[in-house]
Write a protein that binds this ligand. Structure first.
Ligand code: PEP
Ligand code: MN
Length: 324
């Protein structure tokens, strides 16, 4: 069957199940239909995937949520909640290691920290770049937590893949298709954030760019969108979470920090994200946010982190999930 599909230029993705094997046939629907697969020996049924996204669609996985492992920490699958926390930006070794200690003690399952920062103004602090990668490696060794960091262009792809455990594609790059294809080939899990003005279907089609390269470890992230409302930095689209859970098998997490832009809103939004069925959250934490070079007002105080994590874990438990 795979041979038949591939000779017709159709990409075949084989998913063995207990009783039947599903084969995702990704290609021009007319071409697939012309192969007349229905009725061939071994073919039980042919189900057209009606959505514009294919590999990300829950139709492809028989509505089973995808679960994978990041350095011993489970992501997705519906039973675990991952708490990703850390500074917005790696500013120094001391600042980063101090926050790493706090979040690992407080129950985080992964750590975040920006090395290359996508700043709106070219005159704003752009991050420590490659020097930050060394600091992140040390933070990982010391805390035992996998590290998430953003890749802003393909130039640093190899260095990033070597230094960090999860590659983040930021909101501003969600539709940078060349970057998505490169990231799909690096063999690292990918955290893909929703674009500032992107629909959820566009997010899922962006995920298809990574998935089609053979990388199946993709985490989607709702991080707030542009609306007429300016009271919060972005409008956190919590409705997108159950929508995505319905339409994709990929794990879905929420970033309430960048959505809110105000730390006082981060805890209620984190609890809400857990309650509405998210597979995790990613939050910014600093010991001294007032001194932060980027996103100070939205970073949680490190001293509040443990209490914060308990509250979120309780809400995740209501949705049947335990902290990973
Ligand atoms: C970030 O997480 O550091 C970030 C810049 O987020 P976003 O791409 O969602 O703005
Ligand atoms: Mn930030």
């Amino acid at each position: 069957m795979v041979e038949r599909l591939e000779t017709a230029g159709v990409h075949a993705k084989v998913m063995p199940g207990e009783l039947t094997t599903a084969i995702g046939a990704i290609g021009d629907p007319e071409g697939v239909r012309a192969l007349a697969l229905e009725g061939m020996p071994g073919v039980d049924q042919v189900i057209p995937i009606s959505r514009p996204y294919k590999l990300a669609s829950s139709e492809l996985s028989h509505h089973e949520p995808t679960k994978f492992n990041v350095d011993g920490h489970t992501v997705g699958g519906g039973r675990t909640f991952c708490l990703i926390a850390g500074p917005c930006t790696v500013e120094s070794r001391e600042q980063t290691l101090a926050v790493a200690d706090v979040v690992s003690r407080g129950g985080a399952s992964m750590m975040r920290g920006g090395a290359f920062k996508p700043r709106t103004s070219p005159f704003s602090f752009q991050g420590l770049g490659t020097a930050a990668l060394e600091i992140l490696k040390e933070a990982r060794e010391r805390s035992g937590l996998p590290v998430v960091s953003e890749l802003t262009d393909t130039v640093n792809a190899e260095a990033m893949a070597e230094a960090v455990d999860v590659l983040q594609v930021g909101a501003r790059n969600m539709q940078n298709y060349g970057l998505l294809e490169v990231v799909g080939k690096l063999g690292r899990p990918v955290l893909l954030k929703r674009g500032l003005s992107s629909t959820v279907d566009e997010l899922l089609m962006a995920a298809d760019y990574v998935l089609k390269e053979g990388n199946e470890r993709v985490i989607l992230c709702e991080r707030g969108i542009r609306t007429f409302e300016t009271a919060t930095r972005f409008t956190l689209d919590l409705g997108a979470v159950p929508y995505l859970k319905l339409h994709t098998h990929l794990p879905v997490i929420v970033d309430p920090s960048h959505a809110a832009g105000d730390r006082r809103l981060v805890e209620p939004l984190s609890r809400a994200a857990a309650a509405v069925g998210a597979d995790g959250i990613i939050v910014e934490v600093a010991e001294d946010p007032e001194a932060a070079l980027c996103d100070g007002p939205q970073q949680l105080y490190a001293r509040d982190f443990e209490r914060f994590a308990h509250g979120v874990a309780a809400h995740a438990a209501l949705a049947g999930k335990q902290l990973a």
